[in-house]
Design a protein around this ligand. Structure first.
Ligand code: GZL
Length: 320
């Protein structure tokens, strides 16, 4: 009895050959998209909301998500990307912790014909073809909105201490630039101290304690590059017997639920929105990328400025 007829053998050969002919995306022929996601870490409420939204959306779409948390270390992100390339994923999503040092590994992804989509932060590379599109906020605009709000609140005059984000990251660079551009029209608005709090609540508290020790009552306002550091600063001010939101005016960025709670409690004065719910836009971009559909390089989210006057009304509708 012949085990296999000639045509059956030919068909079997073709089935094996097709996935190989498609090169890296053997998964696409099985219909399931496989995406490698290199996430920065879990340093803030915003980051955790960003991660959860992406994981939930992948589940909803039946996308296989290979997730890596880099604990805010670039070398871990580079290792993860190399692993995704070795695993022959269909698309890589990268939330880059800092702006530099990505060119070599992004060239490896390009050579493997795996599209890279940037989420949240941006990278500085000489060849923009190394990434397909950036789904994330306009960080400079967020800084400008924060500066504009504070200048108005302080009638153009304040000694400001600044808690900046992770050193060498796009948000730390761009939110500083945007804020400075907004206040440069007000000579009375002075940044008297600036130091990184690494986007973390505890570090923000520690840096604010040092600011209070050196500047004390000279501090009239705080500009924090994210809500977590602002909440840490609030703890430091209260421990020093200073009323946050009253004796010292505080503006931050992200618009997480804890910031709305602090605004309702009168301890935070303003939070500029930075929407972390990027899952749907990211996976739309992934699905277009594997089909070779052209996409804009930037897909910024629309953001607004929330202060105490609206916090109580809006907190119920906040999604992160
Ligand atoms: C901004 C994002 C920042 C958030 C922080 O796009 O990269 O990182 O503002 C987070 O809360 O840690």
């Amino acid at each position: 009895m012949k085990l296999f007829s000639k045509s059956a053998l030919l068909l079997a050969t073709l089935c094996v050959a097709i996935p190989v002919m498609q090169g890296c995306s053997k998964n696409v022929s099985s219909g399931q998209l496989v995406v490698g996601f290199s996430q920065i870490g879990s340093e803030s409420d915003w980051r955790r909301a960003h991660t959860k939204n992406i994981q939930d959306e992948a589940r909803k779409r039946g996308i296989k998500l290979m997730f890596s948390d880099a604990q805010q270390k670039q070398e871990n992100q580079i290792k993860a990307i190399k692993n995704f390339i070795a695993q022959k994923v269909d698309v890589i999503i990268l939330a880059p912790v800092i702006t530099s040092g990505w060119e070599p590994v992004l060239r490896e992804a390009k050579a493997a014909k795996i599209p890279v989509i940037l989420s949240d932060r941006t990278v500085d590379v000489s060849d923009d073809s190394l990434w397909v599109t950036h789904v994330g906020p306009n960080l400079t605009e967020e800084g400008r909105m924060a500066g504009e709000w504070l200048a108005k609140k302080m009638n153009g005059k304040a000694n400001i201490v600044e808690l900046t984000g992770t050193a060498s990251s796009a948000p730390a660079r761009d939110r500083k630039i945007g804020f400075q551009n907004a206040i440069k029209n007000f000579p009375g608005m002075k940044i008297i101290k600036s130091q990184t709090g690494d986007f973390k609540r505890v570090t923000g508290q520690q840096v604010m304690e040092a600011f209070i020790a050196s500047e004390g009552k000279n501090i009239q306002a705080v500009y924090a590059h994210n809500d977590d550091m602002a909440l840490g600063a609030i703890q430091a001010l209260e421990a020093a017997g200073i009323k946050p939101g009253k004796d010292v005016i505080i503006v931050s960025i992200d618009g997480v639920k804890a910031a709305f709670e602090a605004m309702i409690a009168g301890k935070l004065n303003c939070s500029v929105e930075c929407n972390p719910l990027m899952g749907p836009a990211l996976f739309d971009a992934c699905e277009k990328a594997v089909k070779g559909i052209a996409q804009p390089k930037e897909m910024p989210s629309k953001e607004q400025c929330f202060d105490q006057s609206v916090a109580a009304k809006l907190i119920g509708s906040r999604k992160y």
